[in-house]
Design a protein around this ligand. Structure first.
Ligand SMILES: Cc1ncc(COP(=O)(O)O)c(C=O)c1O
Length: 378
């Protein structure tokens, strides 16, 4: 690997790949929270859950956590996943999608991806079903919703839950409604470089109120927090719980960012649409995930397929543009069971996919600069 593309670029050098979005009002709001009685889990967390549910989770019950990974682990616990179970999941994602499968003592069974979307391929999912399959996990890669009708049908036929790792997909829709409506459980992430950040944080979205109390118990040591706050200390703890709760500091940042949601959404969607338009006229670059009218892309990543990826990255870097792979096929890791041979979709894009800068400080002029650089070749 060329050392020039193998190191992080500083903002002085040009257009960086990612940059956190923190609302301009967050610092003031956090200062206010810091002066109150609650800085750990308190009223701000409840308010953030309420507003997030209304704004971005189709009014479904939400439980805020200290990370997206924690939220996903909670979803898998609620789904009853345990030792000896198999979970069919995408091969192409952040390791955080599949680590919670291992936390549960279960086995990740990788399904292949569609080369045109990089999302899990329902045909491959169906082929991997066994009697041990306890859930299907899908990831709307980059923000493009998966084939939810097909996945839902497979999950329903097998009578297992469909868990959606929507870390990339805040705001995404399928058939005109939030993607959370098409899964059993969904999770969002507020890690540093997501649509907006709470420093670190996550949100678990449930299909109904049936398991929300369970989710909250598991989130905090198995203790009924509201009963404890009334001063009743004789609560029993009957199951293993975790320390997965969000803090009021983080929730305050989240609430501030929700106030900016329209701006975030419009900016990202505008950049992605411009990229797609520009790539239409560049034969050497294939835009990933365009051309759908049944789903709305959340515009978290702009991913393209190119030949000679390292050469392309080096050319972009020489022009002050940072581009990387971001995620890697998960079967490269020994802990995930090592390399699988039956992944033609993944194999066909493995040397080609590349992620281009898209965040709140990237401008339309930056997109023209990046697409012009690609147009001239490498
Ligand atoms: C697809 C995916 N899933 C899960 C996560 C984990 O989220 P968190 O960092 O909030 O735990 C990330 C990234 O952080 C991700 O990209």
């Amino acid at each position: 690997m060329n050392p020039k593309v193998d190191s992080l670029m500083s903002e002085d050098e040009g257009i960086v790949l990612f940059r956190p979005y923190v609302s301009p009002t967050a610092a003031m709001s956090v200062a206010k929270t810091l002066s109150t009685r609650w800085i750990g889990q308190g009223p701000q967390v409840e308010e953030f859950e309420r507003q997030f549910s209304t704004r971005l989770a189709g009014d479904l019950p939400c439980a805020a956590t200290n990370s997206g990974t924690s939220a996903l682990h909670l979803a898998m616990l609620l789904a009853g996943i345990g030792p000896g179970d198999e979970v069919i999941t995408t091969i192409f994602t952040c390791t955080a999608t599949n680590m919670p499968v291992l936390y549960c003592g279960a086995t990740p069974v990788f399904a292949d991806i569609q080369p045109t979307t990089l999302n899990i391929d329902p045909v491959s999912v169906r082929a991997k079903l066994t009697e041990k399959t306890k859930a299907i996990v899908c990831v709307p890669y980059g923000g493009l919703p998966c084939d939810m009708d097909e996945l839902r049908q497979i999950a329903d036929e097998a009578e297992i839950p469909l868990i959606q790792d929507a870390a990339h997909a805040m705001g995404a829709q399928y058939h005109g409604v939030s993607i959370v409506k098409h899964a059993t459980y969904s999770m969002f992430s507020f890690q540093a470089i997501k649509h907006f950040t709470t420093g670190d944080g996550g949100m678990l979205v449930l299909p109904d109120h049936h398991q929300i109390e369970d989710a909250k118990l598991l989130r905090w040591f198995g203790i009924d927090r509201s009963a404890k706050q009334k001063g009743i200390w004789e609560n029993d703890i009957t199951r293993v719980g975790y320390k997965y709760q969000m803090t009021d500091i983080a929730a305050t940042m989240g609430l501030a960012a929700l106030g900016d949601w329209d701006t975030i959404w419009q900016h990202r969607r505008k950049l992605l649409a411009l990229y797609e338009l520009e790539f239409d006229g560049i034969d050497t670059v294939e835009f990933v995930g365009g051309g759908f009218d049944d789903r709305t892309h959340a515009a978290w990543l702009c991913t393209v397929l190119v030949d000679d990826r390292v050469g392309c990255q080096a050319m972009l870097r020489s022009k002050g543009i940072e581009a990387t792979q971001v995620h890697y096929r998960n079967d490269r890791y020994s802990i995930m069971g090592g390399r699988r041979d039956d992944m033609p979709g993944m194999d066909s894009v493995d040397d080609k996919y590349l992620v281009l800068p898209m965040h709140m400080q990237v401008t339309e002029d930056d997109v023209y600069r990046i697409t012009d650089a690609l147009r001239t070749g490498w």
